[in-house]
Design a protein. Structure first.
Length: 509
């Protein structure tokens, strides 16, 4: 049996044939029949350019339907797809090409000169281009090359993709994901979220990340559904798309931005059946506010590059604000003591390290055996680096990244607990709590706050408001006000940047 993920997709693609697969606001639409034909042409181009099964294909291109067809082509001919954040500079790309040793680098047409230089210096043998309108040398090669309309034989354990982690500390690591990892997770999500052929997903996420590429596209393909494919998130376009869309997969900032728009009503979202959120914490307030405005309870889920998706709030049943839901079918989650190396589960309800095991979990970091051994344990559990707890109903709560934990005077402070209380203040829009070096306490709890537009708020007010609600060691020693928090493209607050900005504030105390 062929375990190539494309084999599973092809069944739907053949059956859906003249139905829409990708629809764009610009009218560049692709049926499933188009996807089969063009992916065969692109697979032919990859082969003509010297890519062999198991070879990496590094891709740094702007979002376009053809980029998804290239991903499919790569799966189909047995290549290993390696998408790269479009924000990376040539110097950063040098690291990825040197590390992954792809046999082809696909870049944007305008980046060709730089890409050639980087490819030369890293011994990458081929460079091709792919533009947002399906232009570029790769598509030209595809029209000339012998199409590959077969499906390369792959085992479930063969690599389908390498996704580099966003790497806020140290070097980015290449997470090796197999056909089995991606296929099992897509099937589970399709079933859990009830995706069918009738669905039209509003796709406004980037496609170099697990959320926009695997969660969104693989679930669509697995169900034979269609996508309304937007180059980026734009409130007006997303609002327009809701008249025909059925689902939206978002990061929390999508929802906070939609909430700022008066057009967001039950009437507008009448055609929609599901809104999901992930990649960063959705505040309970946003969840409640969205439900109040539209009648839809956002379904929050939790996953990561290395594991695909791990938990989801239920489709039927309670979607509990501030939680990431229950472990997905087939996924095991345990909470262990991060301070010992024993990985023994803690008593139910206690906060600890979340560890995950299941068919979704990657097989290791590319060429980093030591990092792999440290994080992917012998019993199959992956140490996520996220701290959390499982409540009495089995719902998982995330309290923050291990590295974001603040240790003040020897006591652990979970930033989320402090952030939640600050966010409850009427004058506060959002907040981030960080630990920065403090001569007496090791780290000083520090709050960085974005006030509500037009609100007046003072440092002492925040400190006083928290006095009766938090133990002394958890109370912020200093509070700073900013216009916005630094976030990456997936909406994650870049706490490392905040720690850098405020690193000297307690130097003189
Ligand atoms: P990435 O590998 O870039 O997808 O980042 C994964 C990390 O994002 C996880 O380890 C979590 O820290 C965070 N994350 C993902 N989904 C959620 C969520 N629903 N709530 C809180 N954090 C999340």
């Amino acid at each position: 049996m062929n375990h190539n993920l494309f084999e599973t997709f092809a069944r739907h693609m053949n059956a859906r044939n003249q139905s829409a697969f990708i629809v764009t606001p610009e009218g560049r639409d692709f049926t499933y029949a188009d996807a089969l034909t063009i992916s065969a042409q692109l697979a032919g181009a990859l082969i003509a350019l010297g890519v062999k099964p198991g070879d990496r294909v590094a891709v740094q291109v702007d979002k376009s339907p053809e980029a998804i067809l290239l991903y499919l082509a790569c799966l189909r001919m047995g290549g290993v797809y390696l998408p790269l954040n479009t924000g990376y500079t040539a110097a950063e790309i040098g690291y990825f090409l040197g590390d992954a040793e792809p046999s082809l680098f696909v870049c944007q047409p305008e980046a060709l000169a730089d890409a050639r230089k980087v490819a030369n210096s890293t011994n990458c043998p081929q460079v091709a281009t792919l533009g947002v309108n399906g232009d570029g040398s790769l598509m030209e090669t595809a029209t000339r090359a012998e199409p590959f309309d077969g499906i390369e034989q792959r085992a479930g354990t063969d690599l389908a993709a390498i996704l580099y982690t966003s790497g806020t500390t140290g070097r980015s690591k290449g997470a090796m994901l197999t056909h089995g990892n991606l296929g099992s997770n897509a099937k589970t999500l399709m079933e859990t979220w009830r995706f069918t052929e009738a669905d039209r997903l509003i796709h406004a996420l980037p496609i170099f990340h697990t959320h926009g590429l695997f969660v969104a596209c693989n679930v669509t393909l697995m169900a034979g559904a269609s996508m309304y494919f937007l180059s980026r998130f734009d409130v007006d376009t997303v609002i327009e798309a809701m008249s025909e869309g059925t689902t939206l997969m978002g990061v929390p900032t999508f929802y906070t931005r939609l909430l700022q728009d008066d057009r967001l009503t039950p009437e507008l979202t009448r055609h929609m059946r599901l809104f999901t959120s992930g990649s960063a914490p959705l505040t309970a307030e946003t969840h409640r506010e969205f439900e109040k405005r539209t009648g839809h309870a956002i379904l929050e889920r939790y996953g990561m590059t290395e594991t695909n998706m791990n938990t989801s709030n239920p489709y039927d049943g309670d979607r509990i604000a501030g939680t990431v839901g229950l472990p997905l079918p087939g996924v095991e989650i345990r909470v262990t003591d991060p301070e010992t190396d024993t990985h023994q589960p803690l008593p139910q309800g206690e906060i600890g390290m979340l560890e995950v095991r299941g068919p979704n979990v990657f097989i290791g970091y590319w060429r980093m055996p030591e990092k792999t051994r440290a994080e992917l344990l012998e019993d199959g559990f992956f140490v996520t680096g996220d701290l959390g707890l499982i409540d009495e109903r089995g719902y998982v709560h995330i309290v923050g990244r291990d590295k974001d934990l603040v240790i003040s005077g020897g006591f652990n402070v979970y930033p989320k607990e402090v952030e939640q209380l600050i966010d409850e203040m009427d004058t506060v829009l959002e907040s981030a709590v960080i630990g920065v070096p403090h001569p007496d306490f090791g780290e000083g709890v520090t709050a960085v706050i974005v006030p509500q537009p037009g609100a007046r708020i003072e440092e002492t007010e925040v400190i006083n408001a928290l006095k009766s609600r938090l133990a002394k060691y958890k109370q912020p020693k200093r509070v700073f006000f900013v216009d916005s928090l630094p976030r990456n493209t997936m909406g994650k607050v870049q706490k490392n940047q905040l720690r850098e900005t405020y690193k000297d504030i307690y130097a003189d105390v």
